[in-house]
Design a protein around this ligand. Structure first.
Ligand code: PLP
Length: 414
C-alpha cells in the first residue's frame, strides 16, 4: 500500500507455512484477525514448543541430577542437551559457561549480586541510557548496597551510542559496563565487539543484554568477546520462566554463589560447605528442566529456519514498516533508521494509550507506554510511545493493516 521496497519474491522462508505452526495467529480479537506486533514483549509459541512441554510432563517428568532411576537420568540428559543447544546457539566455548535462570532479569541480577560482591566502595559501573529497567535497577540496588558509583552512557538525538563517549567515562575505577546489544525501544544495534575491546582495554568487564538480539540475528559470544550475555526464552519462541546467563568460565569461577540450596553444593556440613563446579554453582534448587527442554525445542525451531534467514526476513519487514510509517503525516519515529525489529512512534498529539486502544479494537496488538525504559522516554521528553515489533511470522500485509489502522485512528481524532 505504501512505497517502499518489499521483495515479494523473497523465498528463503515460507512465512505462511511458519504461521501454521503458531495456532494463535489464526485467532480473532473483537471479530478481527489478530495482528500480533508485540513481539519485543514476548513472542508466540510454535506447536513444537508447546508439544514438547506436554510430552515432557506426560512422559519424562522426574527431578534431574539426583535419582539413579531411568526417568531421572532421562530428564537429566534432556536438561544437559538443552544446555548444549544453548551453548551451540551462541557459540560459547563450554557448557560450563551456560547458566539457566528465570530470564534476562534474573541473569542480570545474578551478576549484580554475585560479581557485585567483589566490588568495593568507590568502584564504578557504567550503564547505557537506553537500557531496559532490568539492566538499570539491579545496578542501582548494588550501588546503594556497596557504595559504588553508577555512571550513565548517554545516546544522541537519534538514539545512537558513541564509543568515544564511553571512552570518556572509563577509568581504572570502572569494573563493569552494561549495555544492550539491541534496544527494545529504539531498535538501535550497538557495536558490541568494538565496545568489548574498549572496555577490556580499561580493565573492566562487559555485560551484554541480549534479550532483543539473540532472537533476531546471529550472536556469537566468542566473536563478541563479551564477559556476560543474558537473554530470555520467551522472547525467542520458547516458554516463559527460563532464561540464560552466559559467562566466561574464568570470570564465573571467580564469582561467589548467587543463591544457596540443593544442586549448587559439593559437600555440606555445619562447619563448612563447599560448592559444586560450574555451571551448577549458580543453579540452586530444582531447575526448570521442562522449560530447558522446551527452550531447546524453540532453539531447534529457529535453527531449522536459520537465524540468518530470520534476520534477513525481519530486516526487510522492519525496513518496510519504517518506510510506511515515515509517510504518515505528523509522525515521530524514535531511534535510528538502521535498526532491528521494533518501531516506536507517536502520531501528532494523540496519546499513545489512546492510539494503542484504537489499534487494539482493530485487532492489532502493540505495546504502549514506557516499555520498561523510562530513562529512554525522559531523553526524548515523552511519557510513552507506541511500539510495533516484529517476529518471523509477521507479514507485509500485517504491516499494511497497521498503517491503515493508524490512518483510521488519526481520522477519528480530527
Ligand atoms: C524483555 C527485556 C528484558 C527483560 O526480560 P525478562 O524476560 O522480563 O526478564 C531485558 N532487556 C531487554 C532489552 C528486553 O527487551
Amino acid at each position: 500500500m505504501c512505497e517502499g521496497g518489499f521483495n515479494q519474491s523473497y523465498d528463503m522462508l515460507d512465512i505462511n507455512k511458519i504461521r501454521e505452526d503458531f495456532p494463535i495467529l489464526g485467532d480473532t480479537v473483537y471479530n478481527r484477525p489478530l495482528v500480533y506486533l508485540d513481539n519485543a514483549a514476548t513472542t508466540q509459541k510454535p506447536r513444537q514448543v508447546v508439544e514438547c512441554i506436554s510430552q515432557c510432563y506426560y512422559h519424562r517428568n522426574a527431578n534431574v541430577h539426583r535419582g539413579v532411576h531411568y526417568l531421572s537420568q532421562e530428564a537429566t540428559e534432556a536438561h544437559e542437551q538443552a544446555r548444549e543447544s544453548v551453548r551451540s546457539f551462541i557459540n560459547a566455548r563450554s557448557t560450563s559457561e551456560i547458566v539457566f535462570t528465570r530470564g534476562t532479569t534474573e541473569s542480570i541480577n545474578l551478576v549484580a549480586s554475585s560479581f557485585g560482591e567483589t566490588l568495593k566502595e568507590g568502584d564504578e559501573v557504567i550503564v547505557s541510557q537506553m537500557e531496559h529497567h532490568s539492566d538499570i535497577v539491579p545496578w542501582q540496588l548494588l550501588a546503594s548496597r556497596r557504595g559504588i558509583r553508577l555512571k550513565v552512557w548517554k545516546f544522541d538525538a537519534d538514539g545512537v551510542l558513541h564509543v568515544d563517549d564511553l571512552k570518556a567515562l572509563l577509568s581504572d575505577r570502572v569494573r563493569l559496563v552494561a549495555v544492550a546489544q539491541a534496544s527494545n525501544t529504539l531498535g538501535t544495534v550497538n557495536p558490541i565487539k568494538e565496545i568489548a575491546t574498549v572496555v577490556h582495554g580499561a580493565g573492566a568487564l562487559l555485560l551484554v543484554d541480549g534479550a532483543q538480539s539473540v532472537p533476531h540475528f546471529p550472536v556469537d559470544v566468542r566473536d563478541l568477546d563479551c564477559d556476560f550475555l543474558a537473554f530470555s526464552g520467551h522472547k525467542i519462541y520458547g516458554p516463559t520462566g527460563i532464561g540464560v546467563l552466559y559467562g566466561k568460565e574464568q570470570v564465573l569461577e571467580r564469582m561467589p554463589p548467587y543463591q544457596g540450596g540443593g544442586e549448587m553444593i559439593d559437600h555440606v556440613t555445619f562447619e563448612k560447605t563447599t560448592f559444586n563446579v560450574l555451571p551448577y554453582k549458580f543453579e540452586a534448587g530444582t531447575p526448570d528442566f521442562i522449560g530447558s527442554a522446551a527452550l531447546k525445542a524453540a532453539l531447534d525451531y529457529v535453527s531449522a529456519l536459520g537465524i540468518e534467514n530470520v534476520a534477513a526476513y525481519e530486516s526487510q519487514l522492519v525496513d518496510y514498516m519504517i518506510g510506511c510509517l515515515a509517510e504518515i503525516p505528523q509522525i515521530r519515529i524514535f531511534g535510528p533508521r538502521q535498526r532491528i525489529g521494533v518501531a516506536s512512534f507517536l502520531v501528532g498529539e494523540i496519546h499513545p494509550y489512546d492510539l494503542g486502544t484504537i489499534l487494539d479494537h482493530l485487532g492489532i496488538a502493540v505495546r504502549t507506554g514506557h516499555h520498561c525504559a523510562q530513562p529512554t522516554m525522559d531523553a526524548f521528553k515523552v511519557d510513552g510511545m507506541v511500539r510495533a515489533s516484529v517476529a518471523v511470522y509477521n507479514t507485509k500485509e500485517e504491516i499494511d493493516t497497521l498503517i491503515e489502522s493508524i490512518m483510521r485512528a488519526m481520522r477519528m481524532f480530527h
